[in-house]
Design a binder for this molecule. Sequence first.
Ligand code: SAH
Ligand code: DHB
Ligand code: MG
Length: 225
Amino acid sequence: MMTMQENQVWSEVDHYLINSLQPRNDKMEKLLQNNRENNLPEIDVSPTQGKFLWILAKIMGAKKILEIGTLGGYSTTWLAMALPEDGKIITLENNSSHIKVAKENFETTGVHQKITIMEDNALTSLSKLQKDNIKDFDLIFIDADKPNNPHYIDYAIKLARKGALIIADNIVRNGDIIDKKSEDPKVVGIRHFIDMLSNDSRLESVGLQTVGIKGYDGFIISFVK
Ligand code: SAH
Ligand code: DHB
Ligand code: MG
């Protein structure tokens, strides 16, 4: 153990926990394989994080979920698996090649009946949801372009029901987030997003740092009062 790099230990522990607590799921393996074959960036949530999202959705009894940022639909599938038969998830994505892969994957994993993909810039789709009065989501997962997080949280608060959870991915970014002077638009976006949360009396929020096979990152979970 002494000779291992810290992040190597994180990865090995993650693999150990996944192997012990998360039985192999051939359909999920096939989904990730299809992502690789189509050269999607490997930035899906990890299996541990996916199951964490599943558990949150399950304990809430979520029936309506909104996701911003689909990619190949790995996190979408974890969330969809937590829904009851009549549960629904709307997922927002603007990249048509990602959507093509995600659609194949939803067929593979058998969750397609529960999923609606809105293909457009997420901000356009969010304004459409608002205009069409499609709201009262139980859980909203924000995981797209980080510079837009300040806009996404504004919409999320409007589209969530009271008692909902709003979860944002990648809020630590290997620690870059504490650099006040950073000009990285992702860091600037997330810091602005965190400033908004800290001043918003409609929410009660917590930041959780995570380590594992995706390195050092974290989630913010906000409870809508
Ligand atoms: N939630 C996925 C990972 C999403 S990666 C998972 O864990 O499995 C981020 C995704 O957001 C990418 O597919 C990217 O194409 C999409 N995206 C980025 N900016 C966007 C925008 N403005 N509107 C819609 N989708 C966007
Ligand atoms: C990035 C985006 C993600 O959603 C993620 O989980 C990891 C990295 C990125 O844009 O760098
Ligand atoms: Mg992410």
